[in-house]
Design a protein around this ligand. Structure first.
Ligand SMILES: [Zn+2]
Ligand SMILES: [Zn+2]
Length: 340
C-alpha cells in the first residue's frame, strides 16, 4: 500500500509498505479523506516542538472498515468511521481523573506516532467512531477539527444566554463559533482581518462576522454587545497582539479561553486577571464525548462544515500541498487529501 513519510522538514517520500496486520482488538481502515492541520504545517516546516522525524502525518481522517479483529464488537466491514487520534497511558494523574487529552505521555497519531497519510490504517476499535451512512468522507475528515470546537465549548461551561466572541475565523475559530451558536449562546461574534474567512463564516449562521482591521477589540465588543460586553472571549487566532487586546477587553467576571497553539511565551498584564476575576482556560484537543458531539451536531446540520474545505489534493500530489498552503494564506481554509 502507498504511504507518505515525512523524513525531515520539507521532505517527503512515497513508500510501498505492507497493509498492517489487524490485532484482536483492532479495526483496519481504508483511508478515504485526511485533512491537513495547522500542526501538520508546523511539522513540515520543522517547527513543531513535540515531535521527531520521520513521521507519517495525518490525524484528521475518515475511511471505511475493511477488517475487524476477533475481539472487536460494534464494527463491521463497510462501516464508515473517523478516528480519535490520541494515544494515552491511562495511568497518570490526568488520565485517572478523566483528562486523558492532557495525558503526561500523550501521543497523537500523525504527530508523535504513525498517522493516516496511508492507504490503510489499523487502530484499536476504541479509537474509531461510527459515522452515519449519509455523511460524506469529506465531512468525516472534519469531525476531528469539529471535536476541537466541541471540546473547547464543553470547557467553557453553560453557554445559554451568553455573549461570546471568537477571535480568528480559520477552520477552528469558525467551528468554535458555530458550536457556540448551537450550544445556546445569545450572540456569537467572530472576528478576523481576512474577508474570505469572514465571508465563509457568514454562510455558517454565526450571528456577527466582523473585520477588526484597524479597530480595537474592546470597541467592537462594546458595539456588538453594549454595556454587557462579552461573557466569554475565545482565542483561536494565536497572535500575541490580539491576545493583549483580548486581555484588555476581558470584562469583570468573564472567561478568556485559549484554543490557539502559541509557539512562544506571551506576556500578559496579570493584575487584570486578578482584579477583574477573569478565568483563563486552556484547551487541548478533546475527549471521546466531544468527538461524538461533533458527529451529532454535523449529522443534525446544527453545524455546517462543507464551506470550510477550500481545496482537495490527491495523495500523489501531497508534495505540492504545503507550498500551496504557504503561498495562499488569504484564501486557503481546510485542505483535504484524497487518499483512495
Ligand atoms: Zn488537527
Ligand atoms: Zn496518562
Amino acid at each position: 500500500m502507498l504511504q507518505v513519510k515525512m523524513t525531515e522538514a520539507f521532505k517527503m517520500s512515497f513508500l510501498d509498505t505492507p497493509v498492517p496486520e489487524v490485532g484482536d482488538d483492532e479495526v483496519l481502515i481504508q483511508m478515504k479523506r485526511v485533512g491537513v492541520c495547522g500542526s501538520d504545517i508546523q511539522i513540515y516546516h520543522g517547527k513543531h516542538k513535540y515531535m521527531t522525524f520521520p513521521v507519517v502525518q495525518g490525524h484528521e481522517g475518515a475511511g471505511v472498515v475493511t477488517k475487524v479483529g476477533s475481539k472487536v464488537s460494534g464494527f463491521k466491514e463497510g462501516d464508515k468511521v473517523t478516528i480519535q487520534p490520541q494515544v494515552y497511558c491511562g495511568t497518570c494523574a490526568p488520565c485517572r481523573s478523566g483528562h486523558y487529552n492532557v495525558c503526561k505521555n500523550l501521543k497523537v497519531y500523525g504527530v508523535h506516532t504513525g498517522g493516516m497519510f496511508s492507504e490503510y490504517f489499523a487502530v484499536p476499535a476504541s479509537k474509531a467512531l461510527l459515522l452515519p451512512e449519509n455523511m460524506s468522507f469529506d465531512e468525516g475528515s472534519l469531525v476531528e477539527p469539529a471535536a476541537v470546537a466541541t471540546g473547547a465549548i464543553r470547557r467553557c461551561g453553560n453557554l445559554t444566554g451568553t455573549n461570546v466572541v471568537v477571535l480568528g475565523a480559520g477552520t477552528i475559530g469558525n467551528l468554535v463559533a458555530q458550536v457556540a451558536v448551537a450550544s445556546g449562546a445569545k450572540k456569537v461574534v467572530i472576528t478576523d482581518i481576512n474577508e474570505t474567512r469572514l465571508d465563509i463564516a457568514r454562510t455558517c449562521g454565526i450571528h456577527a462576522c466582523i473585520n477588526t482591521r484597524g479597530r480595537k477589540l474592546k470597541d467592537v465588543i462594546l458595539e456588538q454587545f453594549g454595556d454587557d460586553e462579552a461573557d466569554i472571549i475565545i482565542d483561536c487566532a494565536g497572535v500575541k497582539a490580539i491576545f493583549s487586546e483580548a486581555v484588555a477587553a476581558a470584562r469583570c467576571s468573564s472567561k478568556l479561553v485559549i484554543v490557539a497553539n502559541y509557539k512562544e511565551p506571551v506576556e500578559v498584564e496579570l493584575p487584570l486577571f486578578q482584579r477583574r476575576e477573569v478565568d483563563m482556560l486552556g484547551i487541548m484537543m478533546y475527549l471521546r464525548e466531544d468527538f461524538q458531539r461533533a458527529i451529532d451536531l454535523m449529522t443534525s446540520k446544527a453545524i455546517n462544515t462543507a464551506p470550510l474545505i477550500s481545496d482537495h489534493f490527491g495523495i500523489r500530489q501531497i508534495e505540492e500541498v504545503y507550498p500551496y498552503i504557504d503561498n495562499n494564506p488569504e484564501s486557503v481554509m481546510k485542505v483535504v487529501i484524497d487518499i483512495s
